[in-house]
Design a protein around this ligand. Structure first.
Ligand code: OAD
Length: 241
């Protein structure tokens, strides 16, 4: 990869840094992506598994799918890309990580300041009380799982047809409007509202860098589009600093 001098200069003068990640950052850890070859939405129908209607119709089926995904993710470790992003949090005093991922690998890598746009697969929510709790059991001993109040628990994940929590998206908009640099890693940039965040950053004069193994709708909008694996390119960028 050839890092341009403007990329280096943008980093050296940046005070506020925002990183937006998608499934591609976790691909090198072994987490399946959603689109493209081998992607989850190639083999499963989202409307059968990741919508409120699907859960209402068949909570057991939906939970079996999430239980399978939790078992796939549980033994996986953060990769070099996650590790660089975790070190960025220490390096830049004003740093925000926005992730669309629900796998928890950024936290495992050491990131603490994080906006999880689509929720977290290791959290469950009581359908009646709305209470959110950690649940690390994989495989689950009972499917579907129940709350102590007797009501069904659901995955604490934003499904198709649901809105993102207001505070979460407002924080993400703010981090996009205020940053000097936005690094967008491993997202197909087609799911809203996440896909609009780099555009907002550009409109507010941030230097937007995309890292992806292929071109996306964002490639023509970003200041730089770096084609390659996150686990290769992020360490190269870190070496520049
Ligand atoms: P996608 O599966 O749509 O896109 C993954 C992107 O990562 C693609 O553009 C790949 O080219 C790229 N990629 C793959 N391996 C990579 C690597 N090693 N390094 C860099 N890039 C790589 O995943 P998302 O954009 O995250 O929502 O999908 C957005 C949302 O759609 C997900 O959060 C999920 C899904 O439906 C919910 O579940 C609510």
């Amino acid at each position: 990869m050839n890092c341009s001098s403007s990329l280096k200069n943008a980093f050296l003068s940046a005070k506020k840094v925002t990183v937006l990640t998608g499934a591609g950052i976790s691909a090198e850890s072994g987490v399946p992506t959603f689109r493209g070859e081998g992607g989850l939405w190639r083999n499963f129908r989202a409307e059968d598994l990741a919508t409120p209607d699907a859960f209402e119709k068949d909570p057991k089926l939906v939970w079996e799918w999430y239980d399978w995904r939790r078992q796939v993710i549980k033994p996986l470790k953060p990769n070099r890309g996650h590790e660089v992003i975790a070190r960025f949090e220490d390096r830049f005093s004003d740093f925000t990580l926005i992730t669309q991922n629900i796998d928890g690998l950024h936290k495992k890598a050491g990131n603490e300041k994080m906006i999880e746009l689509h929720g977290n697969i290791w959290k469950v929510r009581c359908l009646k009380e709305g209470k959110v709790e950690d649940n690390l059991e994989a495989p689950l001993s009972l499917i579907p799982p129940y709350c102590t109040c007797g009501s069904l628990l659901r995955p604490h994940i934003v499904w198709f047809g649901e809105s993102l929590p207001y505070d979460t998206i407002q924080q993400a908009y703010r981090a996009s409007e205020e940053c000097d640099i936005m690094i967008v890693v491993g997202t197909s940039a087609v799911v809203q509202p996440a896909a609009s965040l780099p555009i907002i950053a550009r409109q507010h004069d941030a230097y937007v860098i995309e890292i992806n193994t292929e071109e996306t709708p964002l490639s023509g909008i970003a200041n730089e589009s770096l084609i390659g694996k996150a686990g290769d390119i992020l360490p190269e960028i870190e070496r520049l600093l």
